[in-house]
Design a protein around this ligand. Structure first.
Ligand SMILES: [Fe+2]
Length: 469
C-alpha cells in the first residue's frame, strides 16, 4: 500500500530527492566564474577611412604600414616590411645599434598582388640578420625626403630564467573598439615587448569584394605598435580571403603577401605553422585553416617539432592558434574540436603550458583539463582536470566590427574558469623558469586594472596544482 500524498514522509522524500538533484548538478556542472561586469551596450563600427589613425605619412612614396616580426628561430633577426604606393622605391633598410657607430644596410625584395579590382602598393620585405641580443636598434626605410626612422629592441639571449613580457591580442580589426584595445595595450604599465597575435587582422573580407583598401588602413592603424615591437602572426579565418565568386581562388593571398614569418627557420614548409624561441619561451604557431589531419605537412611538422623543445633552454611552451579547443560560448562552438582530437594527446604528453586562441569575440580562461581518454566506445568523453594539460585562453576580444560574442552556454562547463564578453587584451609576464604572471585587461577599466589574473606555474619545472577553483 502506498503512502498518502500528503504524508510528511512523502514531503521529506521529495525534498531529499530535489536536494539530491541540486547537489548532483553542482558536482556535474562545477563551472567557474561568468563575470557579472555590465557593459554599456554600443555598436561596434569601423573607423571611417579619413580617421587620423589611418593617416598616410606625408611625402612622395613615403613608406607606410611599417611592421616588424621575428626573422629567425632564436631572435637575432628581424623582418621589416612596409608599403610604398607611388613607385617601388628601395627595399633597403639602414640600421644601427644604439651605441654602435657603424650603420649597416640590408637589402630585401618587393612584391605586388592583385585582388579582383584592387592592386596593392609595392610591398617590401627585408630581413636584418646577425643582430646582437638585448640591444636597441634604429632603422630607416625609404629614400631621400621620405625616409622614416623607427626602432626596436632585440630580445635577450635565449635561456631558461630570462624574464620576458608578451602582449596578447586577437581578432583586432579596425573599429573604434580596436583602437581602444591597442591604446590600452600601449598604456598598460606592464609593458609588453612582443605581441603574440592569435589571428584575424584587418577584417577587410567583411567589405564588398573584400575591399583590400581595408588591409592598407589596418596596416597604417597598427604601425604605431608593430613598427617598434614584433608581432608574432597567426593566420585566422579572416586571412583566408577565398572568394571564387569574384575569381579569387588562392587562399591567404593578401595575408601572405603582406605578412612574412620565419617559417623556414623551424623546418616548416608553409607560413601558417612555425615556431620561434624568444627569451625563455618556445612559441608554436598552428594553423586552424590548413590541413592538420594525419600525414599532412602540418601534422608531420608538429610531430617532429614537439620532441625538439628543450625545456632546459626554453621552459615555457606556448601554443598559438586561431580556433579555440575549449570554448563555452555559443559562437564557433566545437569548431576547434577536430584539431583538438588530433593534437591534444601531444599537448598533454609534452606539457604545453598555455594555449592562446582567438576567433570567439570574448574572453575565456580554462582550468587545466584534458579530454584524451575517449575512444568512441568507452563513454569517457568529459574533460577532466589534468595538471599536465595546458590552460586554454580565448583572447579573441580585440574589438573588430563583428561585435562581442555575448551568448554563452549554461550552466558554465566545469572546464571554464572565467569568462566575460568584453573587449580587451592580456599580458603574460614570464619571471623565471617556474613562474609567470598573467593578467587580462578589459577596455572599460583603467590601464592598470586586472580583470582576471593568475600565476602560471611552469609545467616542466614546477608542476604543482595551479587550479583557480
Ligand atoms: Fe576568426
Amino acid at each position: 500500500m502506498g503512502l498518502p500524498r500528503s504524508s510528511p514522509f512523502s514531503s521529506m522524500a521529495v525534498l531529499v530527492f530535489v536536494l539530491g538533484l541540486v547537489l548532483n548538478a553542482a558536482v556535474l556542472c562545477n563551472g567557474g566564474i561568468t563575470s557579472t561586469f555590465v557593459r554599456k551596450v554600443e555598436k561596434t563600427v569601423d573607423m571611417p577611412l579619413d580617421s587620423d589613425v589611418f593617416r598616410v605619412p606625408p611625402g612622395y612614396n613615403a613608406p607606410q604600414q611599417v611592421h616588424i616580426t621575428q626573422g629567425d628561430h632564436e631572435g637575432k633577426a628581424v623582418i621589416v616590411s612596409w608599403v610604398t604606393v607611388d613607385e617601388p622605391g628601395s627595399s633597403k633598410v639602414l640600421y644601427w645599434s644604439e651605441h654602435g657607430k657603424q650603420k649597416k644596410q640590408a637589402k630585401g625584395k618587393v612584391l605586388t598582388y592583385k585582388f579582383y579590382n584592387y592592386t596593392s602598393g609595392y610591398i617590401h620585405h627585408t630581413r636584418i640578420t646577425n643582430l646582437k641580443f638585448n640591444t636597441k636598434y634604429y632603422y630607416v626605410v625609404g629614400i631621400g625626403h621620405t625616409e622614416r626612422k623607427f626602432w626596436f629592441t632585440t630580445p635577450p639571449e635565449v635561456g631558461p630564467d630570462v624574464p620576458y613580457t608578451f602582449g596578447l591580442i586577437g581578432d583586432l580589426g579596425q573599429s573604434f573598439d580596436s583602437n581602444r584595445t591597442l591604446t590600452h595595450y600601449e598604456l598598460n604599465p606592464q609593458k609588453g615587448k612582443t605581441v603574440l597575435f592569435v589571428g584575424d587582422l584587418s577584417y577587410a573580407d567583411n567589405y564588398p569584394n573584400h575591399d583590400n583598401v581595408r588591409w592598407d588602413t589596418w596596416g597604417r592603424f597598427v604601425e604605431r605598435s608593430v613598427a617598434y615591437q614584433p608581432w608574432i602572426w597567426t593566420a585566422g579565418n579572416h586571412e583566408i580571403d577565398f572568394a571564387p565568386e569574384i575569381g579569387e581562388t588562392k587562399p591567404f593571398k593578401p595575408y601572405t603577401s603582406r605578412y612574412h614569418v620565419p617559417y623556414k627557420a623551424s623546418g616548416s614548409t608553409a607560413p601558417f605553422w612555425y615556431s620561434i624561441k624568444r627569451a625563455s619561451a618556445y612559441i608554436i604557431v598552428l594553423a586552424s585553416y590548413s590541413a592538420y589531419g594525419k600525414y599532412t605537412p602540418q601534422y608531420k611538422w608538429l610531430e617532429e617539432e614537439l620532441p625538439k623543445v628543450n625545456r632546459s633552454e626554453t621552459p615555457w611552451l606556448i601554443v598559438l592558434m586561431h580556433s579555440p579547443w575549449y570554448n563555452s560560448y555559443n559562437y564557433h562552438y566545437m569548431e576547434g574540436e577536430s584539431m583538438r582530437v588530433m593534437y591534444e594527446p601531444w599537448f598533454v604528453k609534452y606539457k604545453v603550458d598555455v594555449v592562446f586562441a582567438g576567433h570567439v569575440h570574448a574572453y575565456e580562461r580554462s582550468e587545466r583539463v584534458s579530454n584524451i581518454a575517449y575512444n568512441v566506445v568507452n563513454g569517457i568523453c568529459t574533460p577532466v582536470k589534468d595538471q599536465s594539460a595546458p590552460v586554454y585562453i580565448t583572447i579573441g576580444d580585440g574589438g573588430n566590427l563583428e561585435g562581442l560574442a555575448t551568448n554563452m552556454s549554461y550552466p558554465q562547463p566545469g572546464y571554464s574558469a572565467y569568462r566575460e564578453a568584453s573587449f580587451g587584451h592580456a599580458i603574460l609576464d614570464i619571471k623565471n623558469r617556474t613562474h609567470a604572471y598573467y593578467s587580462w585587461h578589459r577596455n572599460q577599466d583603467g590601464y592598470a586594472v586586472e580583470a582576471d589574473s593568475l600565476w602560471f606555474f611552469n609545467r616542466y619545472w614546477h608542476q604543482i596544482d595551479d587550479s583557480t577553483k
